[in-house]
Design a binder for this molecule. Sequence first.
Ligand SMILES: *[C@@H]1O[C@H](CO)[C@@H](O)[C@H](O)[C@H]1NC(C)=O
Ligand SMILES: *[C@@H]1O[C@H](CO)[C@@H](O)[C@H](O)[C@H]1NC(C)=O
Length: 589
Amino acid sequence: MQSLVCWLLLLFSCTLPPVKGYANGKVASACSSMLPGHGHSPQVDPIHGINVDKSIFKPGDRIKVTLSGTRFDGFLVQARNVDNIEGPAIGSFSLIDEKISQLLTCNGVQNSAVSHTSKDRKLLVEFYWNAPTASPNHVQFLATVVEKYKIYWVKIPGPVISLSSPPPFVYTPPNRKMAAAHQTASLMKRFSSEGCGSSKFCIRNPTSCDPEQNPECHFLSFKKEDRSVLVEMSGHGHGYIAFALSHDQWMGNDDSYLCVKEDERVLINPAYLTGRNYPEIASPDDLRNVSWGLNDGTIQCSFRRDIQIATSKERFDLSGNYYIFLANGDVKNGQILRHHLQPLITNKMYNITGLPEDVGGSRSPFLIKLHGAIMFIAWMTAVSIGVIVARFFKPVWPSSTLCGEKVWFQIHRCLMITTVVLTSVAFVLPFIYRGYFSKRAGYHPHLGVIVMSLTVLQPVMAIFRPPPQSTRRWIFNWTHWATGSTARIIAVIAIFLGMNLPALDLPDPWDTYTMVGFVLWHVFVDLLLEAHGFYLLRKEAHLMDEDRVQILKSSSEKESHTFKKIVLTVYICGNLAFLTTFLAAISQL
Ligand SMILES: *[C@@H]1O[C@H](CO)[C@@H](O)[C@H](O)[C@H]1NC(C)=O
Ligand SMILES: *[C@@H]1O[C@H](CO)[C@@H](O)[C@H](O)[C@H]1NC(C)=O
């Protein structure tokens, strides 16, 4: 689950065009189920049909097969043994029109299925089926037809053709087990957290919430019973809730389970995540006792699953250790959208069939949280105080020194070196986490690189600055000021953008308002001190003419120093209050 940042189902890559997965007809992964991985319920009464030009064949015969009906986008046709209709495809096909149809290899048999080449609409496709040398006695054609993304038929039974002089044949329609028929709305009561950690394994977000009391609670529990596990999942949302078992904290190759709300019902399906793509929906046949409920905006679903499912590699063995992902998000036109909220991920691997535990998880990776926290400390607090002290407090401690340097300079240098060190540490964390430069994070990482460069430039320039008496000192003063101010402005913009990235998504719109509040607070104090300085200058100029200048000056200086110290103290308190709020919010993620 990459970036898991993922979007667990980051899965869910933004609005995917319909039939994205299979628009090119390369549907080999659907060979056995013949399901288009769309996750909707298939239609029941077929309106497309298959015709053949012969009903009796000999090995090696070529039979013309026609699929037709109302206009359709996609299709998949196979021939199968009537006595083993869930078994592998039989024989091979050859094409008549290569523009609209292509051959696929199913179950290792070359050309044993035909599909579309694009989703251009068609009324009719024709191809040949070549009977194998060793053919079962009765072969039936099956077709999956996708009319539109949401409208499709699976395994439409076609004609049965028989080897010449076959034994008598009794037709039975293929067993089409579809999710919808079995899944009932029987969950009237909310799930309960009773037994979490003692009789069942629970994952809850927020930690220790009770789904019975708190509708905002995201809840997942596994109760081991003999050789199966009863899964209960509930969460708030208008779209879907899902969980996945993963070997790592990244998305991809994960066994996942989706409960998708569609038209006041909930469809429950397993799915396989092959990467940060749309999940491949599998048939619900591996799930038993499937039921769901909708309760004031809470989606609930439950099912039972065997701990081991030998027939499917994609359904993991539940006695292993896995990271567990819990995701929720929106559904549009029946399609799952990328979660705007990070999925919750457990911080280590768990054996859900082992000792029952009661765990939480985090929606943000630890390294990214650390990155955010350190950047807030550096650019909200350290830099702001360091700059204010240098700008306004030089005259406040004119003679006192600290370790041989002026007090203001020591404070300024100390806070700025802290900023450089913190920024450098925080800067590398996302790269450690991701291992690359994120292209999904918008301008944030680019701004980060600029801030980092300017941050390193500042102390280097400071080391080579000319002495205070030098005629060129003003050049340093201006560059130092300009570089520093640019870095601060860009850093604040980067913080605004960073707070809304999925990997560290602070609550909206609280984060933006609070950050705007901080900027206003800082600007207000800055202007106040600026105005105060301006007022002092005016007063000084006024006093110049008078005799009592010296006495008055020193008493007014004292007053103004007290005023500045009070402002600084109040500013630091406010600044720390903002910082604490943000750090607390990050720790909650
Ligand atoms: C689950 O389904 C089986 C039949 O498939 C049934 O015998 C059993 O009672 C059901 N269990 C629950 C808890 O509903
Ligand atoms: C998980 O727990 C089950 C039941 O105690 C045990 O059989 C299994 O070996 C455990 N799996 C791992 C990977 O430890």
